[in-house]
Design a protein around this ligand. Structure first.
Ligand code: AMP
Ligand code: GLY
Length: 418
């Protein structure tokens, strides 16, 4: 098979590594890819979706896999489907589940899917009235896409009102904040649960946990995610059963009824409060860095999973995972997540092992050397028969690779190892 991967982060790199292990896969292409994906395939510099579809046709691409949310929200899947190309990723209509938090919350409420009590509004008076009915902390969210930054957990009603006002005036998140969601704070633990969906059928992947805060002990600002591990022992059969019955099934049914059949990744950002599952948010793509720890566990050939999902045949698939754990430690550049950092050369002191590998994300290539290019640069992934073994392998790898200003958390997977 010839496969085109849309995106260029660690998530797409991890999908590519899984496809590389698959003997059905002959060639990989990335649009745009990054400074390391060119070792796994060919980087393509085409941005326009019509042109990309033209490339896929000409090149005889059998399957396109979309990594990030932006192309999905912009409708890449619809363009490829109009050209009769096989593509894994949700349609533009279905991507609204991530593209608009207000749409997502209203959808959950219409279909009785458990979530935090909320209102969505563009009126400051309504926002303030609702804030007055809640007790702090109070969560204020910008409606649109803000690269994971549009959520404020306010410690007081005053702070919540200020955040709401700054969003609605366009001051904090521009047009993404013109409409906001205000909701009650749920006090529990978070899980990242992924279902691969084909419109009718679904397969649940081993649940993961992300680490969103920059610093150890979950301190510091929110980031895109500083590390992840899977499977987490913080799930059990009852939680998976709740997720299937009260979340995935009504979501697939509801999206179909609303004319936006759901085929792609359903990423359930779940909060578990007193053993009960609540949906914090939906994303329409894999999590990053969660994908980097789930893909190495896949035993079923990756091309089969994505191809069957993209062609509505998931019911034919017996999805298998290895009896192992994976831990991923994100290594970020000096100024992350505040501002960009100067490119720095990446030094690799030793080879990766059977039990550890790097998933490259924010990297570029200059004169054949790989440079850290700001943001989250790479993920050191370790695997093992236990979470501890996997974590030790991941942290061993962080010692073999470095660049100036590199930083990472030292406590990834702590909730599982307490
Ligand atoms: P979101 O982008 O909606 O997932 O929010 C980002 C992060 O904010 C989540 O991963 C949670 O850690 C936190 N968060 C969002 N909504 C709530 C809530 N209702 N209660 C508690 N924490 C929340
Ligand atoms: N790691 C969380 C996300 O990808 O949104």
């Amino acid at each position: 098979m010839k496969i085109l991967i849309i995106g260029g982060g660690g998530r797409e790199y991890a999908i590519a590594l899984a496809l590389k292990r698959d003997k059905n896969v002959k060639n990989l292409y990335f649009a745009p890819g990054n400074g390391a994906t060119d070792k796994l395939g060919v980087n393509i510099d085409i941005k326009d979706y019509e042109e990309l579809a033209g490339f896929a046709k000409k090149e005889g691409i059998d399957l396109t896999i979309v990594g990030p949310e932006a192309p999905l929200v912009e409708g890449i899947t619809d363009v490829f489907k109009r050209h009769n190309l096989v593509i894994f990723g949700v349609s533009k209509d279905a991507a609204k589940l991530e593209g608009s938090k207000a749409f997502m919350k209203d959808f959950l409420s219409r279909h009785n899917i458990p979530t935090a009590k909320y209102i969505q509004t563009s009126s400051i008076e309504k926002a303030e009235d609702f804030i007055d009915t809640l007790t702090a902390p109070i969560v204020v969210k910008a409606d649109g896409l803000c690269a994971g930054k549009g959520v404020i957990i306010a410690k007081s009603k005053e702070e919540a009102k200020e955040a709401a006002s700054a969003m609605l005036s366009g001051e904090s998140f521009g047009s993404a904040g013109k409409n906001i969601v205000i909701e009650e704070f749920l006090d529990g633990y978070e899980l990242s649960i992924f279902a691969i969906c084909d419109g009718e059928n679904y397969k649940i992947l081993p649940a993961a946990q992300d680490h969103k805060r920059l610093l150890d002990n979950d301190e510091g600002p929110n980031t895109g995610g500083m590390g992840a591990y899977a499977p987490t022992p913080l799930v059990n059969d009852d939680i998976y059963a709740q997720v299937e019955e009260f979340v995935i099934k009504p979501t697939l049914k509801g999206m179909k009824e609303e004319g936006a059949q759901y085929s792609g990744v359903l990423f359930i950002g779940a909060m578990i409060v007193n053993k009960k599952v609540y949906v914090l948010e939906y994303n329409v793509r894999f999590g990053d860095p969660e994908c980097e720890v789930i893909m190495p566990l896949l035993e079923t050939p990756a091309s089969e999973l994505f191809y069957k999902a993209a062609t509505g045949r998931l019911n034919e698939l017996d999805l298998k995972f290895k009896d192992e754990f994976a831990v991923g430690v994100v290594v970020a550049s000096e100024n992350y997540p505040y501002k960009s950092s100067e490119p720095k050369i990446i030094n690799i002191y030793d080879k990766e092992s059977v039990y550890s590998h790097v998933a490259y994300a924010g990297v570029c290539k200059k004169e054949n050397a790989i440079y850290a290019n700001g943001g989250r640069v790479l993920v050191c992934v370790g695997t093992g028969k236990s979470i501890k073994e996997a974590r030790d392998n991941a942290y061993d790898l962080t010692k073999k690779i470095s660049f100036e200003g590199a930083k990472f958390r030292n406590d990834i997977a702590y909730q599982a190892l307490k």
